[in-house]
Design a protein around this ligand. Structure first.
Ligand code: UD1
Ligand code: UDP
Length: 362
Protein backbone atom coordinates (compact mmCIF):
# COMPACT_ATOMS: atom_id res chain seq x y z
CA UNK A 1 0.00 0.00 0.00
CA UNK A 2 1.26 3.46 -0.84
CA UNK A 3 0.78 5.47 2.33
CA UNK A 4 1.28 8.75 0.51
CA UNK A 5 -1.62 8.22 -1.85
CA UNK A 6 -4.57 10.53 -1.34
CA UNK A 7 -8.06 9.09 -1.65
CA UNK A 8 -10.69 11.42 -3.00
CA UNK A 9 -14.30 10.50 -3.66
CA UNK A 10 -16.48 12.40 -6.08
CA UNK A 11 -20.22 12.00 -5.46
CA UNK A 12 -22.40 12.05 -8.54
CA UNK A 13 -26.01 11.08 -9.12
CA UNK A 14 -28.00 13.51 -11.26
CA UNK A 15 -27.48 14.48 -14.91
CA UNK A 16 -25.70 17.80 -14.36
CA UNK A 17 -23.34 16.16 -11.86
CA UNK A 18 -21.93 13.74 -14.43
CA UNK A 19 -21.12 16.76 -16.56
CA UNK A 20 -19.63 18.80 -13.68
CA UNK A 21 -17.55 15.84 -12.49
CA UNK A 22 -15.93 15.19 -15.85
CA UNK A 23 -13.43 18.09 -15.91
CA UNK A 24 -12.70 17.44 -12.23
CA UNK A 25 -11.89 13.80 -12.94
CA UNK A 26 -9.68 14.94 -15.79
CA UNK A 27 -7.86 17.48 -13.60
CA UNK A 28 -7.15 14.87 -10.90
CA UNK A 29 -5.92 12.36 -13.49
CA UNK A 30 -2.80 14.55 -13.75
CA UNK A 31 -1.87 13.74 -10.14
CA UNK A 32 -0.41 10.22 -9.86
CA UNK A 33 -0.53 10.39 -6.06
CA UNK A 34 -4.33 10.64 -6.05
CA UNK A 35 -6.71 7.68 -6.07
CA UNK A 36 -9.86 9.22 -7.47
CA UNK A 37 -13.10 7.30 -6.94
CA UNK A 38 -16.60 8.20 -7.87
CA UNK A 39 -19.79 6.98 -6.23
CA UNK A 40 -23.05 7.16 -8.15
CA UNK A 41 -26.07 7.64 -5.89
CA UNK A 42 -28.42 6.29 -8.57
CA UNK A 43 -30.63 9.38 -8.38
CA UNK A 44 -30.78 9.40 -12.19
CA UNK A 45 -30.71 6.01 -13.80
CA UNK A 46 -32.15 6.00 -17.35
CA UNK A 47 -29.53 5.41 -20.04
CA UNK A 48 -30.01 8.92 -21.42
CA UNK A 49 -29.87 10.49 -17.97
CA UNK A 50 -26.76 8.67 -16.78
CA UNK A 51 -24.85 6.07 -18.84
CA UNK A 52 -24.66 8.22 -21.97
CA UNK A 53 -22.58 10.79 -20.05
CA UNK A 54 -20.16 8.12 -18.81
CA UNK A 55 -19.65 7.02 -22.41
CA UNK A 56 -19.40 10.44 -24.01
CA UNK A 57 -17.32 12.10 -21.33
CA UNK A 58 -15.24 8.98 -20.67
CA UNK A 59 -15.97 8.99 -16.95
CA UNK A 60 -14.47 6.23 -14.81
CA UNK A 61 -16.95 3.57 -13.78
CA UNK A 62 -18.23 4.33 -10.26
CA UNK A 63 -16.82 2.36 -7.34
CA UNK A 64 -20.44 1.64 -6.51
CA UNK A 65 -23.90 2.72 -7.68
CA UNK A 66 -26.62 3.09 -5.07
CA UNK A 67 -30.32 2.80 -5.82
CA UNK A 68 -31.88 6.08 -4.74
CA UNK A 69 -33.80 6.98 -7.92
CA UNK A 70 -37.53 7.69 -8.13
CA UNK A 71 -38.10 8.14 -4.38
CA UNK A 72 -39.63 10.90 -2.27
CA UNK A 73 -37.25 13.65 -1.09
CA UNK A 74 -36.99 12.26 2.44
CA UNK A 75 -36.47 8.66 1.41
CA UNK A 76 -34.05 9.55 -1.36
CA UNK A 77 -31.92 11.79 0.85
CA UNK A 78 -31.98 9.28 3.71
CA UNK A 79 -31.03 6.36 1.46
CA UNK A 80 -28.13 8.36 0.04
CA UNK A 81 -26.97 9.32 3.55
CA UNK A 82 -27.01 5.70 4.73
CA UNK A 83 -25.51 4.26 1.54
CA UNK A 84 -22.72 6.83 1.33
CA UNK A 85 -21.89 6.47 5.02
CA UNK A 86 -21.23 2.75 4.56
CA UNK A 87 -18.96 3.41 1.61
CA UNK A 88 -17.06 6.19 3.35
CA UNK A 89 -16.38 3.86 6.26
CA UNK A 90 -15.12 1.27 3.79
CA UNK A 91 -12.96 3.51 1.58
CA UNK A 92 -11.83 6.01 4.24
CA UNK A 93 -11.19 8.89 1.86
CA UNK A 94 -9.20 12.02 2.72
CA UNK A 95 -12.01 14.16 1.31
CA UNK A 96 -15.22 14.01 -0.69
CA UNK A 97 -16.32 16.30 -3.49
CA UNK A 98 -19.98 17.20 -3.93
CA UNK A 99 -21.52 19.21 -6.76
CA UNK A 100 -24.42 21.65 -6.93
CA UNK A 101 -27.60 21.30 -4.96
CA UNK A 102 -29.39 18.00 -5.46
CA UNK A 103 -30.50 15.43 -2.92
CA UNK A 104 -27.31 13.53 -3.81
CA UNK A 105 -25.28 16.59 -2.79
CA UNK A 106 -26.80 17.03 0.66
CA UNK A 107 -27.18 13.30 1.40
CA UNK A 108 -23.51 12.67 0.75
CA UNK A 109 -22.34 15.85 2.47
CA UNK A 110 -24.25 14.94 5.62
CA UNK A 111 -22.74 11.46 5.67
CA UNK A 112 -19.23 12.90 5.39
CA UNK A 113 -19.80 15.67 7.94
CA UNK A 114 -20.92 13.17 10.57
CA UNK A 115 -17.78 11.09 9.96
CA UNK A 116 -15.57 14.21 10.08
CA UNK A 117 -14.45 13.69 6.51
CA UNK A 118 -13.67 17.01 4.80
CA UNK A 119 -16.08 18.15 2.11
CA UNK A 120 -15.35 20.21 -0.98
CA UNK A 121 -18.46 21.85 -2.43
CA UNK A 122 -18.34 22.80 -6.07
CA UNK A 123 -20.84 25.50 -7.05
CA UNK A 124 -21.00 26.96 -3.56
CA UNK A 125 -22.52 30.31 -2.57
CA UNK A 126 -25.45 30.32 -5.00
CA UNK A 127 -28.87 31.33 -3.79
CA UNK A 128 -32.29 31.66 -5.37
CA UNK A 129 -33.71 32.98 -2.06
CA UNK A 130 -36.67 30.66 -2.54
CA UNK A 131 -36.74 27.98 0.11
CA UNK A 132 -39.70 26.30 -1.59
CA UNK A 133 -37.10 24.91 -3.98
CA UNK A 134 -35.56 21.70 -2.61
CA UNK A 135 -32.28 22.83 -4.18
CA UNK A 136 -32.14 26.03 -2.09
CA UNK A 137 -32.32 24.06 1.15
CA UNK A 138 -29.76 21.57 -0.16
CA UNK A 139 -27.26 24.22 -1.19
CA UNK A 140 -27.50 26.32 1.98
CA UNK A 141 -27.00 23.29 4.21
CA UNK A 142 -24.20 21.89 2.09
CA UNK A 143 -22.33 25.21 2.12
CA UNK A 144 -22.55 25.38 5.89
CA UNK A 145 -21.04 21.92 6.46
CA UNK A 146 -18.37 22.13 3.76
CA UNK A 147 -14.67 22.69 4.42
CA UNK A 148 -13.73 23.99 0.97
CA UNK A 149 -16.11 26.14 -1.02
CA UNK A 150 -15.52 26.59 -4.73
CA UNK A 151 -17.54 29.48 -6.08
CA UNK A 152 -18.17 30.71 -9.62
CA UNK A 153 -18.65 34.46 -9.01
CA UNK A 154 -17.92 37.45 -6.78
CA UNK A 155 -21.60 37.53 -5.82
CA UNK A 156 -21.29 34.00 -4.46
CA UNK A 157 -18.24 35.03 -2.41
CA UNK A 158 -20.23 37.95 -0.93
CA UNK A 159 -23.23 35.74 -0.26
CA UNK A 160 -21.12 33.27 1.71
CA UNK A 161 -19.50 36.14 3.62
CA UNK A 162 -22.94 37.48 4.53
CA UNK A 163 -23.69 34.07 6.04
CA UNK A 164 -20.42 34.07 7.99
CA UNK A 165 -18.44 31.80 5.66
CA UNK A 166 -15.14 33.46 4.76
CA UNK A 167 -12.49 30.77 5.14
CA UNK A 168 -11.43 28.35 2.41
CA UNK A 169 -13.61 30.09 -0.17
CA UNK A 170 -12.06 29.88 -3.66
CA UNK A 171 -13.27 32.03 -6.52
CA UNK A 172 -12.44 29.67 -9.37
CA UNK A 173 -15.14 30.03 -12.01
CA UNK A 174 -17.55 27.37 -13.17
CA UNK A 175 -16.57 23.78 -14.02
CA UNK A 176 -19.33 23.57 -16.65
CA UNK A 177 -17.47 26.22 -18.60
CA UNK A 178 -14.35 24.02 -18.48
CA UNK A 179 -16.04 20.97 -19.97
CA UNK A 180 -17.91 22.98 -22.56
CA UNK A 181 -14.67 24.60 -23.73
CA UNK A 182 -12.89 21.23 -23.88
CA UNK A 183 -15.64 19.82 -26.10
CA UNK A 184 -15.83 22.89 -28.34
CA UNK A 185 -12.03 22.99 -28.71
CA UNK A 186 -11.96 19.31 -29.66
CA UNK A 187 -14.59 19.96 -32.29
CA UNK A 188 -16.66 16.97 -31.22
CA UNK A 189 -20.04 18.63 -31.18
CA UNK A 190 -22.07 17.18 -34.06
CA UNK A 191 -23.66 19.42 -36.63
CA UNK A 192 -27.34 18.58 -36.27
CA UNK A 193 -28.32 20.58 -39.36
CA UNK A 194 -31.25 21.98 -37.49
CA UNK A 195 -31.84 25.70 -37.85
CA UNK A 196 -34.63 28.09 -37.11
CA UNK A 197 -35.95 26.74 -33.84
CA UNK A 198 -36.10 27.44 -30.12
CA UNK A 199 -34.62 24.87 -27.78
CA UNK A 200 -36.46 23.96 -24.59
CA UNK A 201 -36.10 21.93 -21.40
CA UNK A 202 -38.55 22.10 -18.47
CA UNK A 203 -38.33 19.97 -15.33
CA UNK A 204 -38.74 22.09 -12.17
CA UNK A 205 -41.55 21.02 -9.81
CA UNK A 206 -43.23 24.46 -9.95
CA UNK A 207 -43.54 24.14 -13.74
CA UNK A 208 -44.47 20.48 -13.89
CA UNK A 209 -46.27 19.38 -10.73
CA UNK A 210 -49.42 21.32 -11.59
CA UNK A 211 -51.17 20.08 -14.72
CA UNK A 212 -52.67 23.45 -15.68
CA UNK A 213 -49.31 25.20 -15.31
CA UNK A 214 -47.51 22.68 -17.49
CA UNK A 215 -50.23 22.73 -20.14
CA UNK A 216 -50.17 26.53 -20.25
CA UNK A 217 -46.38 26.44 -20.80
CA UNK A 218 -46.85 23.93 -23.63
CA UNK A 219 -49.66 25.99 -25.18
CA UNK A 220 -47.45 29.08 -25.08
CA UNK A 221 -44.58 27.26 -26.77
CA UNK A 222 -46.99 25.82 -29.30
CA UNK A 223 -48.05 29.30 -30.35
CA UNK A 224 -44.53 30.70 -30.98
CA UNK A 225 -43.38 31.85 -34.40
CA UNK A 226 -40.72 29.14 -34.77
CA UNK A 227 -40.62 25.43 -34.10
CA UNK A 228 -39.80 24.44 -30.54
CA UNK A 229 -37.52 21.46 -29.98
CA UNK A 230 -38.22 20.18 -26.48
CA UNK A 231 -35.80 17.74 -24.84
CA UNK A 232 -38.14 16.17 -22.38
CA UNK A 233 -36.89 15.26 -18.90
CA UNK A 234 -38.31 11.94 -17.58
CA UNK A 235 -40.02 13.75 -14.71
CA UNK A 236 -41.97 15.90 -17.19
CA UNK A 237 -42.69 12.99 -19.52
CA UNK A 238 -43.95 10.75 -16.70
CA UNK A 239 -46.25 13.44 -15.42
CA UNK A 240 -47.68 14.27 -18.84
CA UNK A 241 -48.15 10.70 -20.00
CA UNK A 242 -48.98 8.80 -16.83
CA UNK A 243 -50.37 11.29 -14.34
CA UNK A 244 -52.07 13.88 -16.55
CA UNK A 245 -52.78 11.49 -19.47
CA UNK A 246 -51.93 14.18 -22.02
CA UNK A 247 -50.97 13.22 -25.57
CA UNK A 248 -47.77 14.86 -26.81
CA UNK A 249 -49.38 16.20 -29.97
CA UNK A 250 -48.64 19.90 -30.08
CA UNK A 251 -48.07 20.74 -33.73
CA UNK A 252 -45.32 23.34 -33.16
CA UNK A 253 -43.39 21.30 -30.58
CA UNK A 254 -41.03 18.49 -31.46
CA UNK A 255 -40.46 16.40 -28.35
CA UNK A 256 -37.14 14.58 -28.24
CA UNK A 257 -35.74 12.24 -25.63
CA UNK A 258 -33.11 13.55 -23.19
CA UNK A 259 -29.99 14.16 -25.22
CA UNK A 260 -26.41 13.20 -24.58
CA UNK A 261 -24.12 16.10 -23.71
CA UNK A 262 -22.72 16.51 -27.23
CA UNK A 263 -26.09 16.54 -28.97
CA UNK A 264 -27.47 18.87 -26.35
CA UNK A 265 -24.65 21.32 -27.01
CA UNK A 266 -25.37 21.02 -30.73
CA UNK A 267 -29.02 21.92 -30.15
CA UNK A 268 -27.93 24.86 -27.99
CA UNK A 269 -25.37 26.07 -30.50
CA UNK A 270 -27.77 26.13 -33.43
CA UNK A 271 -30.95 27.42 -31.82
CA UNK A 272 -32.37 30.95 -31.97
CA UNK A 273 -33.23 31.09 -28.28
CA UNK A 274 -33.11 28.80 -25.25
CA UNK A 275 -36.31 28.52 -23.23
CA UNK A 276 -35.68 26.61 -20.04
CA UNK A 277 -35.94 26.28 -16.28
CA UNK A 278 -32.60 24.44 -16.03
CA UNK A 279 -29.72 25.93 -14.08
CA UNK A 280 -26.98 24.52 -16.33
CA UNK A 281 -28.69 25.50 -19.57
CA UNK A 282 -28.91 29.17 -18.52
CA UNK A 283 -25.12 29.27 -18.23
CA UNK A 284 -24.45 27.27 -21.38
CA UNK A 285 -26.82 29.50 -23.36
CA UNK A 286 -24.89 32.54 -22.11
CA UNK A 287 -21.46 31.12 -22.96
CA UNK A 288 -22.71 30.21 -26.43
CA UNK A 289 -24.10 33.75 -26.74
CA UNK A 290 -27.68 32.63 -27.09
CA UNK A 291 -30.59 34.57 -25.75
CA UNK A 292 -32.22 32.71 -22.89
CA UNK A 293 -35.71 32.91 -21.45
CA UNK A 294 -35.95 31.29 -18.04
CA UNK A 295 -39.37 30.12 -16.93
CA UNK A 296 -38.82 30.91 -13.27
CA UNK A 297 -39.47 33.68 -10.75
CA UNK A 298 -35.82 33.91 -9.75
CA UNK A 299 -32.45 32.52 -10.70
CA UNK A 300 -29.34 31.77 -8.71
CA UNK A 301 -27.40 32.57 -11.91
CA UNK A 302 -28.40 36.23 -11.60
CA UNK A 303 -25.37 37.56 -13.50
CA UNK A 304 -26.79 36.07 -16.72
CA UNK A 305 -29.71 38.51 -16.47
CA UNK A 306 -27.49 41.51 -17.20
CA UNK A 307 -28.13 43.27 -20.51
CA UNK A 308 -31.18 41.10 -21.11
CA UNK A 309 -29.11 38.06 -22.10
CA UNK A 310 -31.35 35.98 -19.89
CA UNK A 311 -34.89 37.03 -18.92
CA UNK A 312 -37.13 35.60 -16.23
CA UNK A 313 -40.74 34.93 -17.14
CA UNK A 314 -43.17 33.23 -14.82
CA UNK A 315 -46.74 34.45 -14.39
CA UNK A 316 -47.17 36.19 -17.70
CA UNK A 317 -46.03 33.63 -20.24
CA UNK A 318 -47.20 35.90 -23.07
CA UNK A 319 -44.13 38.06 -22.44
CA UNK A 320 -42.07 35.38 -24.19
CA UNK A 321 -43.25 36.51 -27.62
CA UNK A 322 -41.87 40.04 -27.11
CA UNK A 323 -38.60 38.94 -25.52
CA UNK A 324 -37.94 36.77 -28.55
CA UNK A 325 -37.83 39.96 -30.65
CA UNK A 326 -35.00 41.67 -28.69
CA UNK A 327 -31.76 41.97 -30.63
CA UNK A 328 -28.06 42.84 -30.27
CA UNK A 329 -27.36 41.30 -26.90
CA UNK A 330 -23.91 41.91 -25.39
CA UNK A 331 -22.32 38.92 -23.66
CA UNK A 332 -19.32 39.07 -21.34
CA UNK A 333 -17.06 36.18 -22.24
CA UNK A 334 -15.42 36.15 -18.81
CA UNK A 335 -18.68 35.37 -17.00
CA UNK A 336 -18.09 32.60 -14.45
CA UNK A 337 -14.39 32.43 -15.07
CA UNK A 338 -11.98 31.47 -17.80
CA UNK A 339 -12.59 27.73 -18.07
CA UNK A 340 -9.82 26.64 -15.71
CA UNK A 341 -11.89 26.06 -12.57
CA UNK A 342 -11.13 22.32 -12.39
CA UNK A 343 -7.39 22.85 -12.27
CA UNK A 344 -7.72 25.40 -9.47
CA UNK A 345 -10.03 23.03 -7.60
CA UNK A 346 -7.74 19.98 -7.90
CA UNK A 347 -4.70 21.96 -6.78
CA UNK A 348 -6.51 23.59 -3.84
CA UNK A 349 -7.93 20.26 -2.65
CA UNK A 350 -4.54 18.57 -2.73
CA UNK A 351 -2.92 21.49 -0.86
CA UNK A 352 -5.70 21.39 1.72
CA UNK A 353 -5.28 17.64 2.36
CA UNK A 354 -1.50 17.93 2.58
CA UNK A 355 -1.65 20.92 4.94
CA UNK A 356 -4.23 19.32 7.18
CA UNK A 357 -2.27 16.05 7.45
CA UNK A 358 0.96 17.93 8.23
CA UNK A 359 -0.90 19.92 10.94
CA UNK A 360 -2.13 16.61 12.41
CA UNK A 361 1.35 15.01 12.47
CA UNK A 362 3.05 18.12 13.91
C1 UD1 B 1 -33.15 16.55 -9.85
C2 UD1 B 1 -32.67 17.62 -8.88
C3 UD1 B 1 -32.68 18.97 -9.58
C4 UD1 B 1 -31.89 18.93 -10.87
C5 UD1 B 1 -32.36 17.77 -11.74
C6 UD1 B 1 -31.42 17.64 -12.91
C7 UD1 B 1 -33.20 17.29 -6.50
C8 UD1 B 1 -34.10 17.66 -5.39
N1 UD1 B 1 -33.56 17.72 -7.73
O1 UD1 B 1 -34.50 16.86 -10.19
O2 UD1 B 1 -32.09 19.94 -8.72
O3 UD1 B 1 -32.11 20.14 -11.55
O4 UD1 B 1 -32.31 16.56 -10.98
O5 UD1 B 1 -32.02 16.96 -13.97
O6 UD1 B 1 -32.22 16.62 -6.28
N2 UD1 B 1 -36.78 9.90 -13.45
C9 UD1 B 1 -36.73 8.85 -14.32
N3 UD1 B 1 -35.50 8.46 -14.78
C10 UD1 B 1 -34.35 9.03 -14.40
C11 UD1 B 1 -34.42 10.11 -13.49
C12 UD1 B 1 -35.62 10.53 -13.02
O7 UD1 B 1 -37.76 8.29 -14.70
O8 UD1 B 1 -33.28 8.62 -14.86
C13 UD1 B 1 -38.09 10.35 -12.96
C14 UD1 B 1 -38.56 9.59 -11.72
O9 UD1 B 1 -39.93 9.40 -11.83
C15 UD1 B 1 -38.30 10.57 -10.61
C16 UD1 B 1 -38.51 11.91 -11.31
O10 UD1 B 1 -38.04 11.71 -12.63
O11 UD1 B 1 -39.18 10.41 -9.53
C17 UD1 B 1 -37.75 13.05 -10.68
O12 UD1 B 1 -36.38 12.71 -10.50
P1 UD1 B 1 -35.56 13.36 -9.28
O13 UD1 B 1 -34.15 12.97 -9.39
O14 UD1 B 1 -36.27 13.08 -8.01
O15 UD1 B 1 -35.74 14.89 -9.51
P2 UD1 B 1 -35.44 15.75 -10.80
O16 UD1 B 1 -36.69 16.46 -11.18
O17 UD1 B 1 -34.76 14.93 -11.81
N1 UDP C 1 -28.40 18.41 -20.80
C1 UDP C 1 -28.13 17.32 -21.61
N2 UDP C 1 -29.15 16.78 -22.34
C2 UDP C 1 -30.41 17.29 -22.31
C3 UDP C 1 -30.68 18.41 -21.47
C4 UDP C 1 -29.66 18.93 -20.72
O1 UDP C 1 -26.98 16.85 -21.69
O2 UDP C 1 -31.28 16.76 -23.01
C5 UDP C 1 -27.30 18.97 -20.02
C6 UDP C 1 -27.08 20.44 -20.21
O3 UDP C 1 -26.17 20.66 -21.29
C7 UDP C 1 -26.50 20.87 -18.88
C8 UDP C 1 -27.13 19.92 -17.89
O4 UDP C 1 -27.63 18.83 -18.65
O5 UDP C 1 -25.09 20.69 -18.87
C9 UDP C 1 -28.25 20.57 -17.15
O6 UDP C 1 -28.92 19.61 -16.39
P1 UDP C 1 -30.42 19.74 -15.91
O7 UDP C 1 -31.13 20.75 -16.72
O8 UDP C 1 -30.97 18.36 -15.87
O9 UDP C 1 -30.25 20.21 -14.40
P2 UDP C 1 -29.98 21.62 -13.71
O10 UDP C 1 -28.81 22.25 -14.35
O11 UDP C 1 -31.23 22.42 -13.85
O12 UDP C 1 -29.76 21.25 -12.29
Amino acid sequence: MNLNKLKIISIIGARPQFIKASPIELAFSKYPNVDFYSIHTGQHYDTNMSEIFFNQLKLKQPYKTLESGGKSHGKQTADILVGIEELLLEIKPNLIIVYGDTNSTIGAALAAAKLHIPIAHIEAGLRSFNKQMPEEVNRILTDHISDLLFVPSENAVSQLASEGITKQVFLCGDVMKDIMKICLDQNIIPDNNNKNYYYTTIHRPYNTDDKERLISILNTLNALDKKVIFSIHPRTLNLLKNTYQVELNFNNIEFIEPQGYFDNLAYLKNCDCVITDSGGMQKEAYWLQKKCITIRKETEWSETLENGCNTLVFDNLNEIENILKTENLQFDNTLYGTANASEIIAESIIDFIKNSSSTKTN
